[in-house]
Design a protein around this ligand. Sequence first.
Ligand code: SIN
Length: 276
Amino acid sequence: MAYETIEVTPLSPVIGAEISGVDISKPLGNQTFQEVHDALMAHQVIFFRDQEMSLDEHMAFGKLFGELHIHPAARETQGHKEIITIHADERSKVVAGMRWHSDVSCDAEPPMGSILHLHTIPASGGDTMFASMYAAHDALSDPVKDFIGGLSAWHESAHVHRDRLGHKGTLRDGDDSYPVSLHPVVRTHPVTGRKALFVNENFTTRIDGLKPRESEALLKMLYDHIATPEFHCRFAWREKSVAFWDNRCAQHRVVWDYFPAVRHGYRVTVAGDKPF
Ligand code: SIN
């Protein structure tokens, strides 16, 4: 793909590219917006370095790609429900995102994308790993593709947000209301038309219509498959880096190897549509 206003440097042939030549805190011209969008569609996750960006500018960048998503359980940040604080320090017992996942897949309309801006990073470690769900789907054998192509799976969140992460306070959907949704195991990306695996070990609890042992065995096989390094890239953060991933075709997991150091920043999440 030819880019005229930005430079795009792939991190791997499969997933991930670093973008340079753009200040995302400023309004983007039509051409630059289109090229950033094209790069995201082509690489599934894109990275920017050295971005000075206020919370308002961060939200404005997110809004270029759609309405902002409100998390069902996270606390608001500085009065903004649309911003999630990502923070770990010496008091942390757990950090969000330590299992492979697509953000908030428990929602009926899971977010299209997530934009994370880290302000404080550890001296070393704290990378985020990304996995291409196109590559994971495409590498399956045809009989398995045919079988899982007709299945749907349940995605739940109480065991993540209430039980594991211990979120307290007001929930988006009301008292003790944690979203549960049924989604296809393989979804078709609404822009690229490519097929992507859409089950993840954080939120997916069972495959609809299968016996419990069948569902467990199939999900384990798919999670092992998703963990294949050839489907991955790994992003080493620097202060003021930004990662923008497409939750419809990429999963991610954080590496918490830096305890007790501080890692801190903010995430804006762009709303998505019902997977098909
Ligand atoms: C997340 O949004 O899942 C957290 C990602 C990260 O901290 O790198």
